[in-house]
Design a protein. Structure first.
Length: 547
């Protein structure tokens, strides 16, 4: 069932077998996979059950590092960040890009100085298979890489529907008598038993201010990369350093997938590139898109981090150029997608004012882009070369090297529930610029020959380019074999706390170059299978290896 926080009495004490904190893709997957297990599951969600288009913004927190729109990067509400997915496809929308991590991503690599995953890709294959079922994706072999030439591969990204998490999974939980989803309520602190090896209670507060407690046999943090770390750090009743932070690892290693404008691509024949080289297309009934990148053999040989490149059509001369602080065109087209959703759902988005500003700033460039694209495509259809050739930007979704000082801390303020806010200090290693430059050197000539186009690099070896931010919060509770190197073990269990687990991309030791959601769901499936085995035994859960 779904329960509103407004109905929680002040001081109410809730008892459950498992408490899942957060109802985004990770939390909903864990709860869904436990349906029929006989376990009482409580999902606590800070946002409401009815979510406005684009999500319910969570504006608490400050940024002190590289430019990062922290307030826009998180959302509350049943379904979590799936409400922010806004990609339209030939099969409809909104959707999100999805791809499994590569074998290389799980290995210790010369280009990454920190330990890799203490988990093999093979251990995640059953989770990936189930994740594909949940997200209605084609089999994994459809996404296989094809060699373009000289160590450059073509990759396929699939697109999963947002409604899986915004409607389908919540409906399944609402109909289950053993599951309760508590909305407009937040857990504000985790309390451990004396000795600090087991969670005994959680304290929380509803949006209307009523305090409550939860007694649980096990707990899963599934609030996202910023919030998972923030809650562990804010839980200071047992230790001033927070829960799971004996080795000062909680909140460190924050990473993103920066989207960088890497090159300008101009077709040699003055005609648009074939549409399926850059646009979405259907594989049967499944939408997909081509990306490009270096093969695993070349990445190993060169000691490079991975980059997934994709083509974006742009006008030959944009009236509003790219800047280091933001891409007005990208903001505007995101605003257009949100506006379409507002019209479709007949609800006003909380970002409506910001969206109008983005549209006004980019209107000249958008008009020029739309006109030139229409003219070029019409000319191509008539067999004539376009008078105004389309130009493309080659963008790279880049893997970021982990660094310990890129981190989430507790800020000075408090949020609407009285809990300490997060403070983000995002940092990118200078060496990442040299890696991007070398990768572009290797990829550029191959794509030039394959596409029949001139490829002109925009990246320098000594300077980071403008960094677009897709809001992939990675690494703040990283997985490691030992507590000195991370926060959770290979089972996503917090080191030293036998019944506390973390779900989400915050456990990723490295990010790879794939959007994290498919791996988030696969890990959540794996975690739920373990909880299903262990919790009904009557024992809290097996002791962790490091205990």
């Amino acid at each position: 069932m779904i329960r509103d926080g407004a109905g929680v009495a002040s001081g109410e004490h809730l008892v459950t077998d498992l408490c899942v904190i957060g109802s985004g893709p990770a939390g909903l997957t864990v709860a869904t996979e436990l349906l029929g297990s006989g376990l009482r599951v409580l999902v606590v969600e800070a946002g409401g059950r009815v979510v406005p288009p684009g999500g319910q913004p969570y504006t608490a927190g400050t940024n002190v590092g590289l430019h990062y729109p922290l307030a826009r990067s998180r959302t509350q509400g049943l379904g979590g960040t799936a409400h922010r997915w806004d990609l339209e496809t030939p099969a409809g929308g909104p959707r999100v890009r999805l791809r499994e991590l590569e074998e290389l991503d799980f290995e210790d690599r010369p280009g990454v100085r920190t330990p890799g995953w203490p988990l093999s890709r093979a251990a995640l294959l059953p989770g990936y298979a189930r994740a594909r079922e949940l997200l209605d994706l084609p089999p994994a072999d459809v996404d296989h890489d094809a060699l373009v030439g000289d160590g450059v591969t073509e990759r396929r990204f699939s697109y999963g529907p947002a409604h899986v998490f915004t409607r389908a999974l919540p409906a399944g939980l609402a109909a289950d008598g053993s599951t309760t989803v508590l909305c407009d309520a937040a857990i504000t602190e985790i309390h451990l038993e004396p000795g600090g090896t087991r969670v005994v209670t959680l304290t929380g507060r509803t949006r209307s201010g009523a305090p409550f407690t939860v007694e649980t046999r096990a707990c899963v943090l599934a609030g996202g990369g910023v919030e998972n770390a923030r809650l562990l750090l804010a839980s200071r009743s047992s230790s001033a350093a927070g829960v799971g932070n004996t080795c000062d690892q909680v909140g460190r290693w924050f990473m993103e997938h920066p989207h960088v404008p890497s090159a300008v691509v101009v077709p040699s024949r003055g005609a648009p590139l074939r549409r399926d080289a850059w646009d979405l297309f259907l594989q049967g009934r499944h939408p997909a898109q081509r990306f490009y990148g270096l093969s695993e053999a070349v990445l190993r040989r060169e000691g490079l981090l991975d980059v997934a490149y994709y083509l974006v059509p742009r006008p030959a001369k944009a009236a509003v150029p790219l800047s280091r602080r933001g891409d007005n065109d990208a903001e505007a087209y995101s605003a257009v997608r949100r506006a379409r959703r507002m019209v479709r759902e007949r609800r006003l988005s909380p970002t409506a004012a910001t969206d109008i500003g983005a549209l006004l700033r980019a209107a000249p460039s958008m008009a020029l882009y739309s006109t030139r694209q229409a003219l070029a495509l019409r000319a191509a259809e008539r067999g004539r070369p376009p008078r105004l050739p389309i130009v493309y930007t080659l963008r790279g979704m880049a893997e970021q090297s982990p660094r310990a000082d890129s981190r989430v801390r507790l800020g000075r303020g408090v949020d609407a529930f009285g809990a300490p806010e997060a403070e983000l200090d995002w940092r990118v290693s200078p060496g990442d610029a040299a890696g991007l430059h070398r990768t572009q050197e290797l990829v550029g000539p191959v794509l030039s020959r394959a596409l029949g186009a001139r490829v002109t690099s925009l990246v320098r070896p000594d300077e980071l380019p403008w960094l677009g931010i897709p809001f992939h919060h990675i690494g703040t509770t990283r997985m490691a074999a030992r507590p000195e190197a991370g926060v959770v073990d290979p089972d996503c269990r917090v080191h030293g706390v036998r019944n506390l687990f973390v779900a989400g991309s915050s456990v990723f030791p490295t990010g790879g170059s794939a959007n994290p959601t498919l791996t988030i769901v696969a890990l959540a499936v794996r975690l739920a299978a373990m909880l299903r085995r262990e919790l009904p035994s009557g024992v809290a859960v097996s002791p962790p290896p490091s205990a």
